[in-house]
Design a protein around this ligand. Structure first.
Ligand code: ADP
Length: 184
């Protein structure tokens, strides 16, 4: 499924983030940039050790929740990996929504500054960090849609959803956003 926002496409696909043919992919990292399971594990295992060598060297203090940093992509076919740290879900009253927005905005800004024409996101925070999938879908997609409306780049932003449940939740949210975006 995809919607058009000005000259930009916002697209959903089911699959593995490491297998996407885009300029940059986004990693759901932890604040130590220490590597982990899920998306992080898949990216470091497919991309090789050079990615973590670089983030250790350039970002020895890690990355705060809601922020993002960028590295090269080792053996992956993309040019860059953008490492962002989503919030851990704690019931919803601890600023999770703003922090998730901020993780997406800071990742998009880095992609924009590095002239990435295409970018792939996973469903940040919805794995080990426990953010409810339907709430994450609505918040994440709306944040990207607003950024595309304002900046008119990157020309393609893909959400790569790992399973059918995530794809379904994101499709439902994207249909609602399409109804709003038609008036933009
Ligand atoms: P977080 O710690 O931010 O919750 P996770 O990596 O645990 O991050 O999970 C984020 C989402 O990414 C989950 O919905 C998970 O199912 C999904 N996921 C896990 N591996 C991959 C992958 N290789 N490609 C795309 N999505 C993935």
């Amino acid at each position: 499924m995809r919607i058009q926002i000005n000259d930009c496409s916002l697209q959903l696909t089911q699959g593995d983030i490491t297998q996407q043919n885009v300029d940059a992919i986004v990693n759901a990292a932890n604040s130590q940039l220490a590597g982990g399971g899920g998306v992080d594990g898949a990216i470091h295992s497919a991309g090789g050790a050079s990615i973590m060598e670089e983030t250790d060297r350039r970002y020895p203090d890690g990355c705060e929740t809601g922020q993002a940093v960028i590295s090269s992509a080792g053996n992956l076919s993309c040019k860059y990996v953008i490492h962002t740290v989503g919030p851990v879900w704690n019931g919803g009253l601890r600023g999770e929504s703003d922090l998730l927005r901020s993780a997406f905005q800071n990742s998009l800004t880095l992609a924009f500054e590095h002239h990435c024409d295409s970018l792939a996101f996973p469903a940040i925070s919805t794995g080990v960090y426990g953010y409810p999938m339907d709430l994450a879908a609505q918040n994440s997609l709306m944040t990207v849609a607003e950024f595309l409306r304002e900046h008119e780049a990157p020309s393609l932003v893909k959400f790569v959803l790992f399973d059918a449940g995530a794809y379904g939740a994101f499709s439902y949210a994207l249909e609602n956003i399409a109804a709003v975006a038609i008036n933009w």
